[in-house]
Design a protein around this ligand. Structure first.
Ligand SMILES: NC(=O)c1ccc[n+]([C@@H]2O[C@H](COP(=O)([O-])OP(=O)(O)OC[C@H]3O[C@@H](n4cnc5c(N)ncnc54)[C@H](O)[C@@H]3O)[C@@H](O)[C@H]2O)c1
Length: 248
């Protein structure tokens, strides 16, 4: 119960990785604000107390949506101790293919919303004894994958934003880290594999550990970084990719 009594916001809570992070935070005793633009499912099961998770619906691509969300969460659940920015969108294309709308939509969620939610939550976080931000970036933010210029560069921006925040606000007791997942087998990826007749083992063949990552493994790293066990870890970009190199 390492996150006992902490109020933690998790965005992208209806998604493959976000769902696991919400459940893991709840299992560790947190009061979780599960945020998505579609209503997140409340996790149930062993070790998840009833009432631990409160769903919030917000469109984080709107500046006003971010400000309203933080106000609503603090109003209903109290001051924020932890913020996990997991909402993300991916639009494909190189610079000749990607249009202004796709570029803007990518940056609105992957970068601008992260900046705004961090900023809006800071007054709360700076009063917390255990303030921690975890931003879910991507391995592709460290090393770009072909044909995803908006996504790659947005995730690189998240890594840099997180490091900047950690440096600027360390003396106010706020830790900030990013997580850089490789290929994680979410329900959406499974669906894509099924639709295209690709076996999971084909994708796994490029990963030295011989398999895709699981959402629960990203969630485990997230709760660790939120907890006091990570009390001297800040400004890090932690890769969780089974030793795969981008492009291999
Ligand atoms: N799955 C992977 O292999 C992988 C790898 C590297 C990084 N990531 C990152 O992990 C995070 C979660 O990925 P996932 O695979 O679970 O994706 P997902 O698509 O299943 O989940 C993303 C969630 O973000 C929400 N979202 C998108 N736009 C929003 C908006 N405007 N307002 C509110 N919510 C919004 C979606 O509704 C969705 O529930 C993303 O940031 C993604 O870039 C995933």
């Amino acid at each position: 119960m390492e996150l006992r009594s902490r109020t933690i916001i998790v965005t992208g809570a209806a998604g493959g990785i976000g769902t696991s992070i919400v459940a893991a935070c709840a299992r560790q005793g947190a009061r979780v604000a599960a945020v998505d633009r579609v209503t997140p499912t409340i996790p149930t099961g062993e070790g998840i107390p009833a009432e631990a998770v409160t769903p919030f619906v917000a469109d984080l691509s709107e500046a006003s949506g971010c400000a309203q969300l933080i106000a609503e969460v603090t109003d209903r659940l109290g001051a924020v101790d932890g913020l996990v920015n997991c909402a993300g969108v991916m639009r494909r294309g190189d610079l000749l293919e990607i249009d202004e709308d796709d570029w803007a939509a990518t940056y609105a969620v992957n970068v601008d919303a992260v900046m705004r939610l961090c900023r809006e939550a800071l007054p709360s976080l700076m009063n917390s004894e255990s303030a921690a931000i975890v931003n879910i970036a991507s391995q592709w933010g460290l090393e770009p994958a072909d044909g995803h210029i908006a996504y790659n560069s947005s995730k690189a921006a998240v890594i840099s934003l997180t490091r900047s925040l950690a440096r600027d606000l360390g003396d106010r007791g706020v830790r900030a880290n990013s997580i850089c997942p490789g290929e994680i087998l979410t329900p959406m990826l499974q669906q894509k594999l099924d639709d295209n007749g690709i076996a999971e083992s084909e994708l796994a063949a490029n990963i030295p550990l011989g398999r895709l990552g699981r959402p629960a493994e990203v969630a485990e790293l997230t709760t660790f970084l939120l907890s006091d066990r990570a009390s001297f870890i800040s400004g890090a970009a932690v890769e969780i990719a089974g030793a795969q190199q981008v492009g291999s």
